[in-house]
Design a protein around this ligand. Structure first.
Ligand SMILES: O=C(CO)[C@@H](O)[C@H](O)COP(=O)(O)O
Length: 221
């Protein structure tokens, strides 16, 4: 497994001061940007113009998590913005292999997300088409929810499948990641951790990131 990476979710940041909020987490490995369309999930956040402004405001890699319908149509636009990775939900894609190839062709890493109740097994054979798999550990749509332990066996199965495939695919978890849950996710095999409220509700968000990373590393070893 590769190193342990912490991606703060700006869903929990102050949207009126996004550039400053991103600057507060400069020790993170990437900035996680939640794009929600009020159809795939019951919440509305931002689209291409705001993500473009975020891209211009920071040098940090952007990890774009699309919680939108018709991902095949819209996801490539985010790759074109210069995102490090674009994550689409498999439940919102009609042609996930074609979409993953399209994202890579446009210079972005290709990542696929699964809601908590979506099984990983039907997608095991397409892992080599991906740079990252995101297993949601809450129902997508909102920050501040509790980590779903029921997803832990799926994280273990996904990690095993990645090892079997022999390719360097990152395994990301998102939702309820905090000091009291990150160790379980790391032990199960996750190596990229999205954390919203655990970072932005802390007095010192940068320290919160260092603490989460240390916990994940200790749990792995
Ligand atoms: O995608 C989502 C929610 O749908 C996440 O990225 C949340 O923003 C995570 O927030 P916390 O659970 O860490 O507060």
């Amino acid at each position: 497994m590769t190193g342990m990476h912490i991606h703060p979710s700006i869903l929990s940041a102050d949207f009126a001061r996004l550039a400053e909020e991103i600057a507060r987490v400069d020790n993170s490995d990437a900035i996680h940007v939640d794009v929600m369309d009020n159809h795939f999930v019951p919440n509305l956040t931002m689209g291409v113009p705001v993500v473009k402004a975020i891209r211009a405001a920071t040098e940090k890699p952007l990890d774009i998590h699309l919680m939108i319908e018709d991902a095949d149509r819209w996801a490539p636009d985010y790759a074109d913005l210069g995102a490090e990775s674009v994550t689409f939900h498999v439940e919102a894609s009609g042609a996930p292999i074609r979409l993953a190839r399209e994202l890579r062709a446009r210079g972005s890493k290709a990542a696929m997300a699964l809601k908590p109740a979506t099984p990983i097994e039907p997608y095991m054979d397409m892992l080599t088409e991906l740079d990252m798999v995101l297993l949601m550990t809450v129902e997508p749509g909102f920050g501040g929810q509790s980590f779903l332990d029921v997803v832990l066996p799926k994280i273990r199965r996904a990690r095993q499948a990645i090892e079997d495939a022999g390719v360097p695919i990152a395994l990301q978890v998102d939702g309820g990641v905090a000091p009291d849950t990150i160790e379980r996710a790391a032990e199960a095999g996750a190596n990229v951790f999205v954390a919203g409220s655990a970072v932005y509700s802390a007095d010192d968000p940068a320290q919160a990131i260092d603490d989460l990373r240390a916990l994940a590393r200790d749990a792995q070893s």
